[in-house]
Design a protein around this ligand. Sequence first.
Ligand SMILES: [Fe+2]
Length: 248
Amino acid sequence: MGASLYEPINVYKPVAPHIGIVDGPFEYLTVGGIRLPLPFTTRMTVIRLSNGDLFLHSPVKFDWRLAECLQGLGTVRHLVSPNQFHYAHIGEWARAFPETISWASPRVRQRAWARHLDIDFTRDLDVSAPVEWRREIDQLLFPGGYFKEFVFFHKASRTLILTDTIINLELDKVSEPWRTAAKLSGMHHPYGQIFFGMRLPLLFQRRKAKAAIGKIESWQPKRILLSHGRCFDSDAYEVIRRMFGRRR
Ligand SMILES: [Fe+2]
C-alpha cells in the first residue's frame, strides 16, 4: 500500500475558535541535495491572534487558494520555523506576503543557507514568547540535542503544538521504509512516541527535560497538534504523562 495524504489538503480545518490546521501535500526526504522517493506528510497550524494577525506554525508549501482563504481569516504575519527541519516553505510565503515576519529556530539559517534556500529570517525565537503573541501563545525550547525544537501552547483552546517531538504515524497511511521505522520505534498510532532522535539527548539533558515537561504539564493541554501523523484530539494530559512520565 502506498502513502496517502490527510485529505483534503491545502484547506483550513478549524479545531477550536481561532486555531486550525492545514494538511499539506507530500514532502520528500532529501539527502545531500538529492530528493529521494520517500513521501511523507506535514501539517501547518494556524492561530488567529486578537489583533487579527495570523501565526503560521511550520508553513506548508505555498498555495494561492490557501493563501486567499487565510487572508479571509486575518493578516498573514508570523511565519514560524519551530526547528531546523521545518522551514522550507517560509520563503515562498514571505515573498507572497512581504509584511510578514519570519521567525528562526536554532541552526535553521545555516541549514537553509547550505540548501541554497533564500529565506530572510528577521527574528529569532526565544525561550519566552515575544510581545507579539505572548498574551495568547506561550512557548518553550524543548531539549533534544540536535533535534531540539520550540513548542507552543495556545492558551484559549489549551492546544499544545508540537512539530517532531512526538510522532504518531498511521501505519496504513505511510509507505516503506517509514512504516517499518515507525513500527520499530513505536512512533505510530494510537500511542505515538517521542521522536527516536531525541531520546538519547533527553537522557543527557535530564534537568532541562524535567523543566520543559513540568511547564508543559502546568499548561494542562486538552489536545496536541502534531506535524506528522494523527493528532491527539483529546486526553492530551494522559498522552504527556505516558510519553514523558519516566523522564521527569
Ligand atoms: Fe518533521
